[in-house]
Write a protein that binds this ligand. Structure first.
Ligand code: CP
Length: 343
């Protein structure tokens, strides 16, 4: 781990990582994969640490995966949702986060509908590591890391050797935080990213130099986008964000951009297929393809636990600098409370 990696306090996005940091997260995650295969799926790595999972948007995979990861590391994990918290009474995000920080958690994992909410908290909370579990249309860094871990493990080639590849991302790029994290990652890795979809969902300006730049290509035809791709990432059409008419109809979308075994066989027969989930069966992907041999969908979920264990382990090991250090009071209470809990 280089000097910057060890001083990394938060995981806000792939954009802010160096190539070495990106690779080290994936490689560290690989070492955690086997823990989930044991009969006793638990290591004492984060015993005595507290992790808050604050999910203010719906989630199955990410929320459960972070909770399982924390528990497998022996941390205390607490889940907080928007509707069950005082956010629903009008408390601001910052007031909520400061309140939670006062209880001395080590890590606050947050999913939020607004882009940059994790960054906002990271700039203001000095005592807690912030981990982005998906923010608006900005980034979903742990999804990207788990996709990369799945590719590394399933292709059998170390990620640092997987340069010069063509990664096809098909679907609702406009609204996708997963796509944005991948675009930053593949820039670091030296891969070309093809963004494929109708003009309403794949704005041309994404390939501009001032946006993502030269390693990004835009394809409005599925065939040209998929031909010769090494990896295909299919994205969900985010129905909840289609308030404007970015597509003419789901039927038409499915006909022109829906992914099936036949299309993959025809244009990129050796490509690995990924989908971050949840999927709209019959719209962006056929139901049979989700669990077909060539699909990594279930493996992505499995590797997700290892990635979140690696991320939590990294930040659970950070020693936070408390501005209002209470070490004197703590030591005077030691006689009453006692020292650390033994195994
Ligand atoms: N891939 C993903 O973020 O899924 P969830 O919304 O179920 O967490």
């Amino acid at each position: 781990m280089n000097e910057r990696s060890s001083s990394l306090r938060h995981l806000i996005g792939i954009k802010s990582l160096t190539r070495e940091e990106l690779l080290s997260f994936v490689n560290e995650a690989e070492t955690f994969v086997e823990v989930s295969e044991r009969s006793i799926k638990k290591v004492p790595a984060l015993r005595g640490k507290t992790i808050l999972n604050v999910f203010l948007e719906p989630s199955t995979r990410t929320r459960v995966s972070f909770e399982i990861a924390g528990k497998r590391l022996s941390a205390d994990t607490i889940n907080i949702s928007g509707s069950g918290s005082s956010l629903s009474k009008g408390e601001t995000l910052l007031d909520t986060a400061r309140t939670l920080q006062a209880m001395r958690p080590d890590i606050l994992v947050i999913r939020h509908g607004s882009s940059a909410a994790p960054q906002f908290l990271a700039e203001r909370l000095r005592q807690t590591s912030i981990v982005n579990a998906g923010d608006g249309m900005n980034e979903h860094p742990t999804q990207c890391l788990l996709d990369l871990l799945a590719l590394q493990c399933e292709s059998g080639a170390p990620l640092e050797k997987l340069s010069g590849m063509t990664v096809a991302i098909v679907g609702d790029i406009r609204h996708s935080r997963v796509a944005r994290s991948h675009i930053w990652a593949h820039r670091l890795l030296g891969n070309t990213v093809r963004l494929i979809g109708p003009p309403g969902l794949v704005p041309r300006e994404l390939a501009d130099e001032q946006c993502f730049g030269k390693h990004v290509e835009i394809h409005h035809h599925l065939e040209s986008g998929l031909k010769g791709a090494d990896f295909v990432i299919v994205l969900r059409v985010q129905k909840e964000r289609q308030k404007e008419s970015f597509i003419s109809s789901f039927d038409e979308y499915s006909r022109f951009y829906g992914i099936s075994s036949e299309k993959l066989q025809q244009w990129c027969p050796d490509a690995f297929l990924l989908h971050p989930g949840p999927a709209n069966r019959g719209i962006e992907i056929t139901g049979e393809l989700l669990y077909a041999t060539r699909s990594l969908v279930e493996k992505q979920v499995r590797y997700g636990v290892a990635v979140r264990m690696a991320v939590l382990f990294r930040f659970g090991s950070v020693r936070h600098h408390f501005e209002d250090d209470e070490s004197e009071e703590a030591s005077s209470a030691d006689g009453i409370i006692g020292g650390e809990i033994e195994a």
